[in-house]
Write a protein that binds this ligand. Structure first.
Ligand code: PXP
Length: 249
């Protein structure tokens, strides 16, 4: 199968804000990072407004809505507070993610199947406001079917388990996780969902995922912001773009 279309790169700028917040001042500025990412050829900016505001702030979201020329993918928990914020800004996309205060990062996908009714009601006004609704889930048929039933237009498959297994040298686990991502990308596309993948992707892990023909977008943050320390943000993103395009053929 040929790729369904060009593969988009969404750059997650959360961890520029993490570094800023470590000192409580204004630098480094996530908006400046977003501008550079745009210049480097990203197709979208992703930012997660966590309930505890540990990195991205409300003012960052406001600023991003003002300055961006590319779409904003607004990641948030499925809470009333976040729904209000999303409805006020009406970003291009809203990606629902699970959130636990004690976690260091988004550890797993959203349990859609267990909360179908609530989530169906939760996303309806977001869709009505013109946001594309995406759900961050594990590569699991039950979750994908539930995401489809509640009316999500997009799913983002969690690639953390695949990336962790790769970087820890657990080859069999890595291959099994990659196969699940491949198979579930095809399954979700068959249901009419647009498929994105994200979490933990690096130069070493991006290419097998980028080669899946049904995958339309990758969202990458932590590795790129870390790599930017050594090569600069623009070259770090440009190299990721090159690897993705190369894998896409
Ligand atoms: N996609 C989603 C839904 C996320 O929540 C995150 C960040 O946790 C990412 C992509 C980016 O992950 P990373 O920063 O590990 O590249």
């Amino acid at each position: 199968m040929k790729p369904l279309g060009p593969l988009r790169l969404g750059v997650n700028i959360d961890h520029v804000a993490t570094v800023r917040n470590a000192r409580g001042g204004d630098t480094p500025d996530p908006l400046r990072a977003a501008r550079i990412a745009q210049e480097a050829g990203c197709d979208g900016i992703t930012a997660h407004l966590r309930e505890d505001r540990r990195h991205i702030s409300d003012a960052d979201i406001e600023g991003l809505m003002e300055v961006l020329n590319v779409p904003l993918n607004f990641e948030m928990a499925a809470t009333e507070e976040m729904q209000k914020i999303a409805l006020r800004h009406r970003p291009h996309a809203v990606c629902l993610v699970p959130e636990k205060r004690e976690e260091r990062t988004t550890e797993g996908g959203l349990e859609v199947a267990r909360e179908e009714n609530r989530l169906a009601h939760f996303i309806a006004p977001l869709r009505d406001a013109g946001c594309r609704v995406s759900i961050f889930i594990a590569a699991d048929k039950r979750q994908i079917e539930a995401a489809h039933r509640i009316g999500a237009q997009v799913i983002e498959l969690h690639s953390g388990a695949y990336c962790d297994a790769h970087h820890e040298g657990r080859i069999e686990d890595r291959d099994r996780e990659l196969e699940a991502l491949r198979e579930m990308s095809g399954f979700a596309h068959g249901l009419g969902l647009e498929v994105h993948v994200g979490h933990g992707l690096t130069y070493e892990t991006v290419q097998p995922v980028a080669a899946f023909p049904e995958v339309m977008e990758l969202n990458i943050g932590h590795f790129l912001i870390g790599e930017a320390i050594f090569r600069g943000l623009q070259p770090a993103i440009a190299e990721m773009r090159r690897l993705m395009d190369d894998a896409r053929g």
